[in-house]
Design a protein around this ligand. Structure first.
Ligand SMILES: *Cc1c(COP(=O)(O)O)cnc(C)c1O
Length: 384
């Protein structure tokens, strides 16, 4: 097809053609490509649980006892006690009435938003929301209004103008934004949801396991569990496994089980994945030192960056370093890779024009020593 040739050529010409790069292996916050080892600053394995012995043993035992696959969707014969055990654990972890497990965060957002809302409704979402949220809104056919990032003034002006024209309304945000590493003004968003009679959904993909007294997330951290209608999160990032969850009221969960197509028409997650999820929640509870060290080191790294004159944002384990020009971001990333750091440039359209950046995603294995060496190398490489 001519159109496909044209699109690929355009991507290639502007140096934006995406390619899959197979790694030989990953371990201890490192990644190996073509037998060369790098310190990996681009993974979401924040607590380094994907190689945790307890998770691996739980996963292996589940394979031995229950097999490698689930054989069918949850509503047919794919539904095991183990799935319900995980959902009970998530409900306790998130302090909500009920929880439901999804096959991935993408499928969760697509299905939750897509099934709960219709074209008679309105959805107000943060401009920086993840693609899965945007696609869920599209699927729902609800009227979509996007407010400037974390700008409650802008959100209120949209609500004032548009809320009266729809039946139901939803406000959607993430609790840690993936490209800026910052959190939303949740209390203000909740005040607006009450004032304008909306529901609120929070995507905790990057916060689950890391924030809050028990590691439940930002909603717990800010004491707002009772105020958030739908709390979504994933097992593939800090929890070191795969899959996702929604925690909400029993009624909402029952509705999703009956009407959400991405839940109904997909094979249930296999036993080893479910067992790893259960073991991960247990590990987050038992090993708070992981999240504590991660956040301490992230604050330490931000301090080093500020001291060296770099511009950074947010307040989490995701540390963006704003470079500005695309060319510089690419060149710095290349030079840092040559020094053994796997850190990737993030460019428009993923981020606004003129805000190309290096995105450092810290994990439990990235010690202060590693960060000290990194900042020394960055001082030499990145001319700011
Ligand atoms: C990663 C991510 C998802 C998707 O989760 P997967 O389990 O990887 O499909 C959804 N929302 C946000 C904010 C994410 O960062």
């Amino acid at each position: 097809m001519e159109r496909i040739d044209r699109f690929l050529l355009k991507r290639k010409d502007s140096n934006l053609l995406r390619k899959l790069r197979p790694a030989d292996s990953r371990f201890d916050g490192r990644i190996v490509f073509n037998e060369k080892e790098y310190i990996d600053f681009s993974s979401n394995d924040y607590l380094s649980l994907s190689n945790h012995l307890f998770l691996k043993e739980a996963s292996k035992a589940a394979v031995d006892n229950l097999g490698t696959g689930s054989a069918a969707s949850r509503l047919l014969s794919g539904n095991l006690n183990l799935h319900h055990k995980l959902e009970d654990a998530v409900a306790v972890f998130k302090q909500k009435e009920h929880a439901l497990v999804f096959n991935s965060g993408y499928q969760a957002n697509l299905g939750i938003i897509g099934s709960l809302y219709t074209k008679r409704d309105a959805i107000f979402s943060d401009k920086l929301s993840h693609a899965s949220i945007i696609d869920g809104i599209f699927l729902s056919e609800a009227k979509s209004f996007r407010f400037r990032h974390n700008d409650t003034g802008h959100l209120e002006s949209l609500l004032k103008k548009e809320r009266g024209r729809s039946e139901e309304a939803l406000i959607v945000t993430e609790s840690i934004f993936s490209m800026d590493g910052d959190r939303p003004p949740l209390k203000e968003l909740i005040a607006l949801k009450k004032k304008y009679d909306c529901k609120i959904m929070v995507d905790e993909a990057h916060a689950t396991g890391i924030f809050g007294p028990t590691g439940s997330g930002i909603v717990e951290d800010e004491g707002l569990t009772g105020e958030v209608d739908l709390i979504m999160g994933t097992f593939g990032k800090a929890l070191g496994g795969f899959g996702a969850y929604i925690a909400s009221s029993g009624k909402i969960i029952e509705y999703i089980i009956n009407f959400c197509r991405s839940f109904i028409y997909s094979t249930a997650l296999p036993p080893p994945v479910i067992a790893a999820g259960l073991a991960a929640i247990e590990t987050v509870r038992r090993e708070p030192f992981r999240r504590k060290r991660l956040l301490e080191n992230a604050a330490y790294f931000r301090g080093l960056l500020n001291g060296a004159g770099f511009k950074t944002r947010g307040d989490s384990q995701i540390v963006p370093v704003i470079i500005g020009s695309n060319e510089k971001a690419v060149a710095y990333s290349k030079a840092l890779c040559a020094r053994g750091y796997w850190v990737l440039p993030i460019r428009p359209p993923t981020v606004p024009v003129g805000e190309a950046r290096l995105r450092f995603s810290l994990t439990y294995e990235h010690t202060k020593d590693i960060l000290d060496n990194l900042i020394n190398d960055m001082r030499g490489i990145c001319k700011i």
